[in-house]
Write a protein that binds this ligand. Structure first.
Ligand code: 5GP
Length: 174
């Protein structure tokens, strides 16, 4: 089977959207320190690009949860593979994700983080596939709403490959 990737969102469009999101977030958090939580591994490229363009104080931490294997379907099972290094109590937390699909991972994660007593808790995602939503999730900042297709690039993988593509592409198997 031959894999191919077709550009869905160009590098220029992703970068300019991230710049606009960073400006909005900077305005919303004026005078505050944003504690950004990156959901590994997919969210890492987006978080770095976003953080670089935010001009208020930023601190970062990482968390890893498993919801997908090398398959392209959600298992519905969420397991913490790596927890945060620091407490989030009293902090203004911004969770940064690559994509919200069924919403299962994020709804579980946001609930768990809320229980840890942050001063505020918001969610920022580069991509959203609203047609696939099974569980309601409050998304505060969305980069792009995309159709129901399996996407790769900008941190998103297929079987651990393609994360380094500087654009968002749709993968197909011919
Ligand atoms: P959810 O729990 O919302 O169904 O799934 C969220 C996670 O599934 C994302 O963080 C991502 O790892 C994975 N995922 C969902 N859709 C896609 C997709 O189109 N491409 C890739 N590479 N991962 C996806």
């Amino acid at each position: 089977m031959a894999e191919s990737v077709k550009v869905l969102i160009s590098e220029e469009d992703v970068n300019s959207r991230i710049r606009a999101m960073a400006e909005e977030i900077t305005r919303d958090y004026a005078g505050k320190q944003i504690h950004m939580i990156c959901v590994l591994k997919g969210g890492s490229f987006f978080m770095c690009e976003l953080a670089k363009r935010i001009t208020t104080q930023v601190s970062i931490d990482f968390m890893s949860v498993s919801s997908y294997g090398s398959d392209t379907k959600s298992s519905g099972v969420v397991k913490i593979v790596k927890d945060l290094d620091e407490s989030i109590q009293g902090k203004d937390v911004l969770v940064v994700e690559d994509i919200v699909d069924s919403g299962r991972t994020l709804s579980y994660l946001m609930e768990m983080l809320r229980d840890r007593g942050p001063a505020s808790l918001r969610l920022c995602t580069l991509l959203d596939k609203p047609d696939r939503r099974v569980v309601d999730v409050d998304v505060n900042y969305t980069g792009f709403k995309i159709p129901d297709a399996y996407v790769v690039g900008y941190g998103l993988d297929y079987d651990q490959r393609y994360r380094n593509l500087p654009y968002i592409g749709v993968i197909s198997f011919d």
